[in-house]
Ligand binder design. Structure first.
Ligand SMILES: *[C@@H]1O[C@H](CO)[C@@H](O)[C@H](O)[C@H]1NC(C)=O
Ligand SMILES: *[C@@H]1O[C@H](CO)[C@@H](O)[C@H](O)[C@H]1NC(C)=O
Ligand SMILES: *[C@@H]1O[C@H](CO)[C@@H](O)[C@H](O)[C@H]1NC(C)=O
Ligand SMILES: *[C@@H]1O[C@H](CO)[C@@H](O)[C@H](O)[C@H]1NC(C)=O
Ligand SMILES: *[C@@H]1O[C@H](CO)[C@@H](O)[C@H](O)[C@H]1NC(C)=O
Length: 428
């Protein structure tokens, strides 16, 4: 995909400063055609039930989170992804003055967000503890390694959070970028650690349907069974690949298989309608198959599960906003609707991929951030991701995450999982 304006990594000089309209449109695109509504307060999110339901409907009943279990002080296995947000007066661990790499879109304090409580929480799993991020430990674990984030702007948001969490130790230097500037690699010279962001929001081959139209970004052709080689040709030497995605699939899309148009999602064309879950499932299937067939790849693949957005009182384009100031408790919200459907779709494809990967000796792990994230309606930029423009072409961003903020916890999870992996390879 050529539109590099979509990727403005970090707050560096934007190369397209002369086209504010495009940038505004890009922000719109980044906020995406998300039509997720919020339901609350309802039943406790029944993760065990969910997994039971899942097991019942699938042929192999086993918990896909088996490999993400931590061991607690009494020596018992503990699921780090089920728990509550608890107050943490010591947070945040960086600010927009200690970390120079917060992209404007996520720099909520710069744009006047008045409250700070949203930064002051940490995740407490039921039955064990999740340590807050320790940069020294992280660097010990990743020394000499390659780590990639593969996906869309929410994945990039996590990478930027990681860079800020590590900023007390070192900033990485850019060592590579693709022609469009959408994918990059950076290196931490003192730790010989490489981090990369591979931009591929759909994972599969994608084209603009009407590249010459005045609004070219309005419709995409997705070739659901064809790989986007821009990332598969990059991951060989990577030790860890974190794949994530979802929000782009809410957009209008034309679906192709075997190079034939088979239907479309949310488009005006006279084509069979297919829902987004269809495209989502196939895109993940193709991506996972691709990962399992990259010849020299030996890494661990993490699926960072779907990140719910929190538009209330309207969809993204209807004045919807996210004005809450506190997390939900687990009994105040549950995963359902689109969020649940996307989550389960990912899990099903993940499970198949994990099994196929095992035959090749490739590991798949679930970075199951969905529930913790669902409980954080207070962590989005809302209107504080940009200067307020009287020409109100901009939407509230209830999809990306303020930095510092709840997205930092995804890296707490990541470090914990890397430690679990190392423990496993050392121990048993
Ligand atoms: C950091 O946030 C403060 C408000 O807390 C704001 O005044 C300042 O401009 C921001 N600085 C940067 C470099 O983003
Ligand atoms: C360890 O986990 C088990 C199972 O979740 C729980 O019953 C037990 O209370 C936990 N022990 C500690 C010390 O947290
Ligand atoms: C971080 O980890 C290092 C190495 O394990 C340890 O020495 C240090 O005390 C930890 N820092 C904090 C703040 O816990
Ligand atoms: C850096 O890491 C790579 C990959 O693990 C390794 O091949 C190389 O020897 C390392 N370089 C140094 C200077 O340690
Ligand atoms: C849509 O396609 C069908 C089948 O090709 C055709 O019969 C119908 O006339 C088309 N409708 C419009 C509005 O183009």
């Amino acid at each position: 995909m050529k539109h590099q304006t979509m990727e403005l990594p970090f707050g560096k000089k934007q190369t397209q400063q002369n086209s504010p309209k495009i940038i505004i449109r890009i922000i719109g695109i980044l906020i995406l055609l998300t039509i997720i509504s919020l339901y609350y307060p309802l039943l406790r999110y029944p993760s065990f039930l969910l997994f039971n339901t899942y097991s019942l409907t699938s042929s192999h009943a086993y918990d896909v989170r088996e490999h993400s279990l931590s061991v607690n002080k009494s020596g018992e296995k503990c699921d780090i992804f089920t728990g509550e947000w608890v107050s943490n007066p010591e947070a945040p661990y960086y600010t927009n003055t200690t970390c120079s790499m917060i992209h404007d879109e996520h720099n909520c304090m710069k744009f006047g967000r008045p409250d700070k409580e949203f930064m002051k929480w940490k995740w407490k799993p039921d039955g064990c503890d999740l340590p807050v991020f320790n940069a020294t430990q992280f660097m010990e674990v990743v020394r000499g390694k390659y780590l990639a984030f593969l996906g869309d702007s929410v994945g990039r948001n996590q990478m930027q959070s990681l860079i800020c969490l590590l900023s007390g130790m070192e900033y990485p230097v850019e060592v590579w970028q693709n022609e469009a500037g959408t994918s990059k690699r950076w290196q931490y010279v003192n730790y010989n650690f490489t981090v990369a962001n591979f931009w591929s929001p759909y994972f599969v081959k994608t084209e603009l349907t009407y590249p010459n139209s005045p609004n070219p970004f309005s419709l995409y052709n997705l070739y659901l069974d064809e790989i986007d080689y821009s990332w598969t040709t990059q991951i060989d030497e990577f030790d860890y690949v974190i794949i994530s995605g979802g929000h782009w699939f809410f957009r209008p899309e034309m679906y192709y298989e075997n190079n034939q148009l088979i239907g479309c999602h949310y488009c005006k064309e006279n084509v069979t309608h297919l829902d987004m879950y269809y495209g989502y499932r196939k895109a993940f299937r193709t991506a996972f198959k691709a990962i399992n067939s990259v010849e020299n790849y030996r890494g661990i693949t993490f699926l960072r599960t779907f990140s719910p957005s929190h538009f209330e009182n309207g969809n993204w384009n209807e004045g919807g906003d996210c004005v809450r100031k506190k997390p939900f408790a687990s009994n105040e919200i549950r995963l359902e609707g689109n969020n649940l459907e996307l989550y389960m779709t990912q899990l099903e494809e993940f499970k198949t991929a994990e099994k196929e990967g095992m035959e090749r000796g490739l590991k798949f792990r679930l970075l199951d951030t969905t529930q913790a994230t669902l409980m954080r309606p207070d962590g989005h930029p809302s209107r504080y991701g940009h200067f307020v423009d009287i020409d109100t072409n901009e939407y509230n961003d209830c999809l990306h995450w303020c930095m510092p903020g709840p997205i930092d916890t995804w890296n707490d999870f990541l470090l914990e999982m890397l430690k679990i992996e190392n423990g496993r390879s050392r121990g048993s």
